[in-house]
Design a binder for this molecule. Structure first.
Ligand code: SF4
Length: 365
């Protein structure tokens, strides 16, 4: 059992985030405000956090810094996580929105979400030394888009317009692709030939919502072709599956992940759909509001695929301070996928004799 937090105690803070501690209500004050029926406990979802694609992308940037020195430029956020981006910025990584912000010839990393061919061409024109950290599972969807466009099919790309991954995939075959954002758009989308359609998707969508969208599309276009394999990736599916199992039992679900992280936002939605009484998303432990604990016996905890485990451990420490020290990890799948580092980097690392050159799999901190 941990020591109760005093009213003026500062709370644990994720690395890389300047934070002024605020005065919190103590565990006793929270329990007096709303007594808890039953034992306090945490159901910790597994798998959670870093996926192989995110791990590979972050290591790629770290290795680029080691090999080339700062500054290393990254187009967009390397992964959608505040802590990761802030930590890398402190080490000399410069994140830019577009390539015209990068000096001619500079080392530039493409993020895990992928880029369109137009961005690759732009980089070549500017003589940038590029490292492509696009997740191989996103690249797989790009290849599908190219292949089906060559077959002159019309592609219905299910995904969120404006998301970097969707922009990249769309850019592979803009003439052949229509983005379908949601069920409403599935009901109204206009196609050229209903018998020459295939659907593809963003990798980080809600599995259930995507199935619903496909079912609406199929009702309208019975000959709609499925992708050769699932586009929603293993990490997204596994994290949602774990949340579905624990959500019916939790009074409060906390999802660690950033607001622009598609898969983190989906985890919060899935949790509410599957019975969590309340679900909240935070970037850092200090954003957890102690009033959420009023009357709460069981807290669920998970994290998006771009979240380092240290941020989850910070939340667990805070929960322990409020009496949720009994932690039960609910494991619904094992993951052992690893991706080798981007080829441009492997060649450089080989040249300098770096034995870590094939790293890039799952890492928990
Ligand atoms: S969430 Fe999936 S597609 Fe995205 S980086 Fe991770 S493994 Fe790759």
């Amino acid at each position: 059992m941990s020591t109760p937090t005093t009213a003026s105690a500062p709370v644990s803070v994720g690395l890389g985030m300047p934070h002024v501690p605020r005065v919190r209500r103590s565990r006793e004050e929270i329990e007096a405000a709303a007594p808890v029926a039953g034992n306090k406990r945490v159901l910790l979802a597994a798998p959670r956090g870093y996926c192989a694609g995110v791990d590979r992308a972050v290591i790629a940037v770290e290795k680029a810094l080691e090999v080339h020195g700062a500054p290393v430029y990254v187009r967009k956020e390397i992964v959608h996580n505040r802590h990761v981006v802030d930590s890398l910025s402190e080490r000399g990584v410069v994140f830019v929105s577009e390539l015209d912000e990068v000096p001619e010839g500079a080392v530039t990393v493409f993020s895990a979400h992928g880029v369109s061919p137009a961005v690759v061409a732009d980089a070549a024109q500017r003589n940038l030394q590029t490292i492509d950290a696009t997740c191989p599972l996103v690249t797989k969807v790009h290849r599908e888009a190219v292949r089906f466009a060559k077959q002159d099919k019309q592609i219905l790309l299910i995904g969120h317009e404006g998301h970097e991954e969707v922009e990249g995939t769309y850019g592979e075959a803009p003439e052949h692709t229509i983005v379908v954002n949601d069920v409403e758009e599935a009901r109204t989308v206009q196609v050229e030939d209903p018998d020459n359609l295939i659907w593809l998707s963003q990798t980080t969508l809600s599995v259930d919502e995507t199935l619903e969208i496909v079912s609406v599309l199929r009702e309208r276009f019975p000959n709609l072709q499925d992708p050769p394999s699932d586009d929603i990736c293993y990490a997204t599916s596994n994290r949602q599956a774990a949340v579905k199992v624990i959500s019916p039992e939790v009074d409060l679900m906390i999802v660690v992940g950033s607001a622009n992280s598609s898969n983190s936002v989906r985890l919060k939605e899935v949790s509410l759909e599957y019975g969590a009484a309340r679900a909240e998303r935070v970037d850092f432990a200090h954003q957890v509001d102690e009033s959420w604990f009023e009357g709460v016996a069981t807290v669920g905890l998970t994290s998006g695929a771009s979240v380092p485990e240290v941020l989850v451990q910070d939340v667990l420490a805070l929960l322990a301070d409020y009496g949720y020290a009994d932690v039960d990890e609910v494991v619904t799948a094992e993951e052992d996928i690893m991706f080798s580092l981007p080829k441009e980097l492997r060649a450089e690392l080989k040249r300098i004799g770096d034995e870590d050159r094939n790293l890039g799999g799952r890492r928990r901190d």
